[in-house]
Design a protein around this ligand. Structure first.
Ligand SMILES: NC(=O)c1ccc[n+]([C@@H]2O[C@H](COP(=O)([O-])OP(=O)(O)OC[C@H]3O[C@@H](n4cnc5c(N)ncnc54)[C@H](O)[C@@H]3O)[C@@H](O)[C@H]2O)c1
Length: 334
């Protein structure tokens, strides 16, 4: 069993990672509490029984699968259901799913009765390497007929994260590749060794642990996204714009993969990135112009007046934050 113990200012988080962990959750979950499970239809079909048979008391909310569920209306529906089920402050939310389920479950956990405890079982590669850790839980919001990504949210942590890489065996290939794009980000931005490992054969459990360890180190130093943590957003300025522009037909990972290519200035690194995408099977082709994204980028949370704060890649494994005028940034990447 690989474990991490992270001490945030607000909470302590424990990560448990092992193949087959989903069938041994009973050893770790608390026996005498009630769990309010939030999951989606696909995941419920595959894994709900293995989880619920290890719980004494639970209630359930099922989301439709996909990004369209990550909205305020669903937050209200979940809270209605929790009130009907008489979920109390001392009960737990259990998030079982990918990044969509994790984000909405975390947001509800943060606001229900001003915050209740929760645990997370991430079931996609994206969630196992990235979204389940760090406490960010944002939901999308529609205004002026546009759906803006992660416009409402907070930072709120699960007490425990149970990562079982075997669960990924049922993941559709496109979803696996979406998560792989975030894995590439961890190598590209923070670890040349990981970036190079990905070009050969690698042990997925080990790679997931490396990504989580990197994210733990960064987020522990900047829990509330005030500075250092923003370096995790490489590729996301263009990526989030693309997700919204494509009306979420692009997955988060694919959008980030394209974003990283556009945000990388050095030709040599761009070429190595393209080669790695090709080796892994990540498709970074999508027809758009930077003009299409300007509106989404200006709505992004990285804006400070007319300036944008963005991570800039200096070399493979080395990234720094910079502030520059939005116009200059758009010109540079166009
Ligand atoms: N909070 C953060 O720090 C953070 C970081 C990165 C991404 N995100 C968010 O995460 C979301 C994307 O998450 P995602 O990529 O996990 O997508 P997702 O949650 O939509 O899951 C993708 C699909 O895979 C299915 N699925 C999940 N687990 C499965 C399994 N084991 N077997 C078979 N099918 C399975 C789901 O039902 C869904 O259809 C986006 O909304 C993004 O903004 C958040």
């Amino acid at each position: 069993m690989k474990t991490l113990k992270i001490k945030y200012l607000s909470h302590k988080v424990e990560v448990f990672l092992e193949n087959g962990l989903i069938s041994r959750l009973g050893d770790y979950l608390k026996e005498d509490v009630r769990y309010f499970i939030i999951t989606d239809l696909n995941v419920a079909h595959l894994y709900l029984d293995s989880v619920t048979k290890q719980l004494k008391k639970y209630d359930l909310y099922l989301l439709s699968s996909g990004e369209n569920s990550k909205n305020y209306a669903e937050v209200e529906n979940i809270i209605n259901r929790m009130l009907e089920a008489n979920i109390q402050k001392y009960d737990f939310i259990l998030s079982l799913g990918g990044g969509v389920v994790g984000d909405i479950a975390g947001f509800v956990a943060a606001i229900y009765k001003r915050g209740i405890r929760f645990v997370s079982i991430p079931t996609t590669l994206m969630a196992q390497v990235d979204s389940s850790l760090g406490g960010k839980c944002g939901i999308d919001f529609t205004a002026n007929h546009q759906n803006y990504k992660n416009q409402i949210g907070t930072v709120y942590h699960p007490e425990a994260i149970f990562v079982d890489p075997m669960i990924l065996k049922t993941l559709p290939k496109a979803e696996y590749l979406s998560g792989m794009a975030e894995v590439v980000k961890y190598g590209l931005c923070f670890s040349k060794k990981l970036f190079e490992q990905l070009s050969g054969t690698f042990d997925l459990e080990e790679v997931i642990f490396q990504c989580l360890s990197l994210k733990a180190k960064i987020t522990e130093k900047d829990e509330f996204d005030e500075n250092l943590r923003m370096i995790l957003n490489y590729g996301h300025t263009v990526g989030h714009g693309l997700e919204s522009f494509s009306q979420f037909s692009l997955s988060h990972g694919q959008a980030v993969a394209i974003g990283m290519l556009w945000e990388t200035r050095q030709l040599e690194i761009k070429t190595r990135l393209r080669e790695l995408y090709q080796k892994l099977g990540i498709n970074a082709a999508f027809d758009f112009s930077m003009k299409d994204l300007t509106d989404f980028i200006t709505q992004d949370k990285k804006m400070e007046s007319k300036n944008i704060r963005i991570p800039v890649l200096k070399a493979i494994g080395l990234i720094e934050m910079e502030t520059k005028p939005l116009d200059a940034f758009l010109r540079e990447i166009s």
